[in-house]
Design a protein around this ligand. Sequence first.
Ligand code: NAG
Ligand code: NAG
Ligand code: NAG
Length: 386
Amino acid sequence: MSFLCLGSRYLAIFLICASFGYTSAELETKVNPPEDFEIIDPGYLGFLYLRWQPPVSLENFKQCTVEYELQFRSIDGGKWKTVITKNLYYKYGFDLNKGIEAKVHTVLPKQCTNGSEIRSSWSEATYWMPEQGNVDTKIQDIDCVYYNWQNLFCSWKPGKGIRSDANYYLFYWYDGLNHALQCTDYIKNNGKNVGCRFPQLESPDYKDFYVCVNGSSNSMPIRSSYFVLQLQNLVKPIPPDYLDIDVSNVLEVNLQWNIPRGPIPAKCFIYEVELTEDDTPWITTTFDNELYVIRTSNESQELCFSVRSRVNIYCADDGIWSEWSDEECWRSDTWEETLFFFVIPFILVAFSILMTTCLLLFKQKYLLKMIFRKEKEAFPHRTSLC
Ligand SMILES: *[C@@H]1O[C@H](CO)[C@@H](O)[C@H](O)[C@H]1NC(C)=O
Ligand SMILES: *[C@@H]1O[C@H](CO)[C@@H](O)[C@H](O)[C@H]1NC(C)=O
Ligand SMILES: *[C@@H]1O[C@H](CO)[C@@H](O)[C@H](O)[C@H]1NC(C)=O
């Protein structure tokens, strides 16, 4: 019995304390969430503005700077990304194939509250492009290559189940353009746009490059596709040329080639060298446009190599290998000796046999002619006589 009394007394104290604590905390530290939170699409194909206004009744905290904690993610359930800012906006590149959800709250730093940091409740907003058409109507397998860090090409396959009147259009935007631009030089197949040759672009690298391929058809809606590229990661250089192979030393070989021409700085290349020593190939990579190699045998007869180039990790996170260069070969003296002592005499012998045969034939013809003429001279009036 006494235990029960004691228990209920403690409970009452606890409840009083808890409710007092709660109300006092609420009284001292309440702050409102930001107002008018919205996600704005300026038409940059994925680059969105998140914007809000300061919370109402901030007067109590005039003397300190209010901060905002912003969180956002794709609606399909990606990880929340968190940003803390004193501004009233934030700009970020999103994947518009998916919806976006975002939330923001006011944060009063410790120095403003004499205690711990205070946060408001969340203001929330969502955004998604109107999803029109079946998923199958989207383009497929887009492939973009930035040739020699100069010429951008993208190609794709049309979606499935589209009608003959459907066609696709490519739009792009990156920081530096006033608005999204449409492709001006489409690659066509059976009258349908299946790719784009981009014009010369002004500093489009090391930033998000937004692409949208949408479509139109009178008979059905076509689903749009969005892509965010980093052009420096799509570079395919031209192959190195002017290969040179120097075997002045017995065992050591020096391979050299020209840095591919164009805007890619020399320090941005990595090369893959394939060297074939008497039919045994091996591959190695180097950052320089030359390579010293040790021959596996000083008796090898033939050394051949070719090179291909790619942008290295110091200039881009990714890249595409160039085509292989033409092959350059070196052949040993013994190979030349073989040429000298076997092939050349063979040719000489063959040539002399040919000459002798010709001479003999000629002589035979000449002899026949002589005989015939002599015959003619011996009987010059044979026809008249008869
Ligand atoms: C913080 O404490 C000071 C005095 O210690 C007081 O004047 C001020 O009103 C307090 N501020 C808040 C937000 O409680
Ligand atoms: C494709 O996207 C561009 C850029 O957003 C837009 O201007 C255009 O109207 C769209 N076309 C179609 C057919 O949806
Ligand atoms: C090649 O190497 C062998 C031994 O490794 C040596 O005996 C020979 O003289 C070398 N030949 C030449 C041409 O240097």
